[in-house]
Structure formats: structure tokens, C-alpha cells
Design a protein around this ligand. Structure first.
Ligand SMILES: O=C(O)CCC(=O)C(=O)O
Ligand SMILES: [Fe+2]
Length: 271
């Protein structure tokens, strides 16, 4: 089983699930070594024309063109549907099959500005990480009440690292706290609901990422240390000894952002 749920099925309609379970899931080892290897190979074997160079990273767009009114679709290649179908089926968080994947490549000093994903997407994002670890920061929209108390705890629920009640309460009482997630290679982060709609997410364009605000340090680091499959260049390097407060980004990170565009246009002229 790829994604392991403990007691409750991962069904967003289960209102009895605590809010922190419903907004953020982190699975440290979503990809096997074989799948990681073949996916990286496929990404770099894609024609060079598939890459779009941006100022601070480059990306591949798969699944078609996302327009604010919907998707002009293009079938995902089988090596990507192998991944997206598993996310779709195992999480039960998407109403229909994932039809769009953005692949971002970041050098150690590259990142992505805090942003919110566009309105064309169904509000669930599943991000698979490969290569060098990085920290993703979630910051509440300015329109939302700032949080005075940034101290938070981490709750480890087997494979899922979830925000604990502090943040949960903050979210529901409209006191939105910033928080961060450590994205280790082969991990899958899924965020939805408030984390998707009320927060911006971004990655700093610096080679050192601080872990102060990270909600999943323990689980991510445990997995990382235990994994004998990781290349040495992927290792999280402690900048200070116990407790680890930052990571040094030493190599390229690749992410696969898998989403659903609900509205699909079969014909360009039918907008
Ligand atoms: O690279 C990542 O992990 C984030 C990518 C992202 O936020 C996006 O493509 O919208
Ligand atoms: Fe995004």
C-alpha cells in the first residue's frame, strides 16, 4: 500500500476527521527507488523543447495548457499516469483522475515565490519531491489574522505528519500561523482546504533553508537517515549539531506538482 491511513479512510467527506488531517498530509517515502530512478530518467530524457526556462527555475508542463477557464488537454504520458493514478486512487482526495503535472527543477539557490495556485485547479495539490531536500514555507494571506504565537508542535500519525491542535485551532479561529514543511526526496506532500486556499506557499531561493518553523522535522529526518537508497549528494547536512536547525542545499531538486483541472475543454473554440 502506497499511502497508509491509520484509522480513518482518507475521504474529505469524513467530517469527523480532525482539521489538521484534512489540510496537510506528508508521506516520507512515497516512491520506491526503482520508480524514482525511472521517473528522473524520463524527465531528463524528455525533449529539450519540453523545458520552459523561467527566471529562477525551469519547468516541464504535462497534461495540456491551463487556462483560467479550464484545461486544453493533452494526455499524460504513461510514466506520469503510473504516479498520478496511484495518488488519485490511494488518497481518494481528488474527485476524478489527476490530469495535470508541473515538473519544476531548482538549483540549490533557486526557489519559487510565495504564491497561491490558480483558480482553475481543484483545491488539492500533491507534490512529489526528488533530489535535494528543501523547505516549503506556508504563509497566511495578509487578509487573514496574523498569529502571535508561532510555537507549534508536530503530531506524528504513522506515515502522516500533521499539524497539531494549536495550529488546527488557529486555523479554525481564523488565526493563521505560518508554518513550513521539509520536503525530502521521494516524499509526497498533499495540501488542501485552508492550507491551499488561505495560505501562500513558496520556497526560498537560498542555499540554506532553516527548519525553525518546520512541522515534520522528526519524521522527515528519520526517514532520511534510515534510507540507504539516497545518494550522498541528497543528504540533509546539519549546519549545527543537535538539534538540526537548517539544511544545506547541495544539488538539484525536482518536484512533480500533480493536480486536477476540473473543467476540461475538448475544443479550443468552445470557450
Ligand atoms: O516545487 C514545488 O515543490 C512547488 C511547486 C509549486 O508550488 C507549483 O508548481 O505551483
Ligand atoms: Fe504552487
Amino acid at each position: 500500500m502506497w499511502i497508509v491511513s491509520t484509522s480513518s479512510p482518507l475521504d474529505p467527506s469524513h467530517d469527523n476527521l480532525p482539521l489538521f488531517i484534512r489540510v496537510l498530509f506528508f508521506l516520507p517515502s512515497a516512491l520506491s527507488f526503482a520508480l524514482r530512478y525511472s521517473t528522473e530518467k524520463q524527465i531528463y530524457n524528455s525533449p529539450i523543447s519540453k523545458w520552459t526556462a523561467l527566471k529562477n527555475r525551469r519547468l516541464q508542463n504535462w497534461g495540456g495548457v491551463v487556462h483560467e477557464k479550464g484545461l486544453l488537454p493533452q494526455a499524460l504520458p504513461p510514466w506520469l499516469t503510473k504516479i498520478t493514478e496511484r495518488i488519485y486512487k490511494d488518497t481518494g482526495l481528488f474527485p476524478s483522475a489527476i490530469n495535470h503535472v508541473l515538473i519544476n527543477e531548482y538549483f540549490p539557490d533557486q526557489g519559487i515565490m510565495p504564491h497561491q495556485d490558480g483558480p482553475a485547479y481543484f483545491p488539492v495539490a500533491a507534490i512529489l519531491s526528488l533530489g535535494c531536500p528543501a523547505v516549503m514555507n506556508f504563509s497566511p494571506h495578509l487578509k487573514l489574522t496574523a498569529c502571535n504565537d508561532v510555537a507549534r508542535n508536530t503530531e506524528i500519525d504513522t506515515d502522516f505528519v500533521s499539524l497539531k491542535d494549536d495550529l488546527n485551532n488557529d486555523i479554525s479561529s481564523n488565526h493563521h500561523c505560518p508554518f513550513s514543511v521539509l520536503l525530502t526526496p521521494c516524499s509526497l506532500l498533499i495540501f488542501k482546504d485552508e492550507a491551499y486556499l488561505d495560505y501562500l506557499h513558496g520556497i526560498e531561493d537560498t542555499t540554506v533553508h532553516h527548519l525553525d518553523n518546520v512541522v515534520n522535522t522528526f519524521e522527515a529526518m528519520k526517514q532520511h537517515k534510515n534510507s540507504c537508497l539516497l545518494g550522498s549528494e541528497d543528504r540533509v547536512e546539519a549546519r549545527s549539531t543537535d538539534p538540526i536547525m537548517s539544511i544545506q542545499r547541495t544539488s538539484t531538486r525536482i518536484s512533480l506538482t500533480c493536480r486536477l483541472v476540473s473543467k476540461v475543454h475538448k475544443n479550443l473554440f468552445k470557450f
